[in-house]
Design a protein around this ligand. Sequence first.
Ligand code: ZN
Length: 249
Amino acid sequence: MELKNNILKGGIHYLTSDYKTRNSNRKAHNGMDFVGPNKVDDIVAVEDGIVNFTGYDSSGGGYWVSIKTNGIEHRYFHLAKNTIRVKKGETVKKGQVIATMGKTGNATGYNVHFAIYNKGYQDPKPYLMNDNPFNLNKEPENNFHTFLKGVQQALNVSVTELPNQETLNKTITLSQTKNNKHPVVKVLQAYLQSLGYDLGKYGIDGIYGPQMAKIIKEYQEKIVGLKGNLVDGVITAKKYTWQKLLKLS
Ligand SMILES: [Zn+2]
């Protein structure tokens, strides 16, 4: 099976069991099982993300890793014991080896059970067959233009086709306590959602709450490349996060 986003390092995948939802005569299978050309192949991350979990699942998954990208988990099961090479909280790159194929848990033989979890299990196929399925760091240009226009209107600066210094100079600090209901928050939320970020149960509500702070932390770490104390969930006036959002850095 030819994949756009590899799970096995060598890039050769044989599908041994497909994703199936539960129906009257068949048991559900909440992921896809693959074997590679070798008995034990290295398993790689299908997309950039942050390690969300590593450990053992006693209900049949065996050793497994979960990586989170824009709120969506990609999960890898039946890993060989003592081969997990990533730790919770660590940033991983697409194609990076995360573990070695095994048959731990309820596995009939060496294989990887790959699953997508996003408020429930989903068919992994679109995540394996499409370009940039997690919407990472890439968006249709019109989303950005809508965003830029919205920011400029909300900040009361001249509306231009392109981001500029004047816009950056007028940016304000946004946090859970500062300007948390400013009109620009709504514009920002719509944009972040278009990039694939999960706004949580309140959606685009125009309020800079805990979920916004969480998303911004993720954005700061993953997209802006900030580290340590700078990953604060606050969009400081004229600083790095605004610069990145406005494509000025
Ligand atoms: Zn399976």
